[in-house]
Design a protein. Structure first.
Length: 250
């Protein structure tokens, strides 16, 4: 589904990702963990073609197509979706407007307003957000937790095949975290998308069990393994995976 090969990424004249390799099979859950500042969010941004990041070398292949030159919009149309760490507000564009346009562009058909409203209302209820959010400007005037739920409303409506979760727990209180994670779990059960989880909180794995966990350190994956790695991280922290000390965990 997704193949990242020898990816070197630069921002502001600095190498942030350094010959990164990553493979994710269709329908699998892959996690990337690592301390602050090692390049986790950069992976998310470069996957969606944030213009602040330049690919110096390497390829991103999505469903057998090299997408290095694809625009963000084209990538979204292919089914890629990012739930970002800090979703930005877009003043002047209502949720419903954006979703109707995106759905029409994806399916090539006009959206049936009645079924659209029925579906989106049910989603708001499940996510415990007011149905008036449907007509609010995207994330405008919303708290961090509300923004995450609002983006999750987009996810349920757009039904992406490949989901990137960047620090999904940040900005969420205990109750909102449960609602968001149960909703993602339900989505995974129903549609079996491919998921890339970026997190340093292993609690996320109680809801979405990764098939593989990768540890990132300064732009490179230094260790890959199963859920067992999460236990080591909980007990010993990321220090256990510093490049020079990796051999002890082989
Ligand atoms: P993480 O998500 O793992 O905490 P980031 O991917 O946000 O890390 O950042 C990795 C490193 O790259 C940090 O040192 C950060 O300051 C730097 N960085 C990220 N984006 C930019 C940018 N647009 N311009 C300059 N430096 C950046
Ligand atoms: Mg980050």
């Amino acid at each position: 589904m997704l193949k990242i090969k020898d990816l070197t990424v630069i921002a502001d004249n600095k190498i942030i990702l350094n010959k990164l390799n990553l493979d994710i099979d269709t329908g699998k859950i892959c996690a990337i963990m690592g301390p602050n500042g090692v390049g986790k969010s950069t992976i998310c941004k470069v996957l969606l073609k944030d213009p602040n990041y330049t690919i110096k070398n390497g390829t991103i292949t999505y469903n057998d197509k090299v997408i290095n030159d694809y625009s963000t919009e084209e990538r979204a149309k292919l089914g890629m979706f990012l739930l970002s760490q800090m979703p930005i507000a877009i003043e002047g564009v209502q949720n419903s407007e954006m979703l109707r346009m995106a759905l029409a562009s994806k399916t090539g058909k006009a959206v049936d307003i009645l079924s659209f409203h029925k579906e989106i209302k049910e989603i708001c209820q499940k996510l415990d957000i007011p149905t008036e959010f449907i007509h609010r400007d995207i994330n405008a005037g919303m708290s961090g937790g509300e923004r995450k739920k609002n983006e999750l409303m987009h996810l349920w409506m757009l039904k992406p095949e490949f989901i990137i979760l960047d620090e999904i727990d940040s900005g969420l209180d205990v109750d909102a975290f449960k609602i968001v994670m149960n909703s993602l779990k339900e989505y995974y059960k129903k549609y079996n998308p491919t998921i890339l989880i970026i997190t340093h909180n292993t609690k996320v794995f109680k809801y979405l069990k990764p098939d593989v966990i990768n540890i990132l350190d300064t732009g490179k994956i230094v260790k890959s393994g199963t859920l067992e790695l999460a236990n080591i991280i909980d007990e010993e922290g990321f220090e256990a995976f510093k490049v020079s000390e990796c051999a002890t965990h082989e």
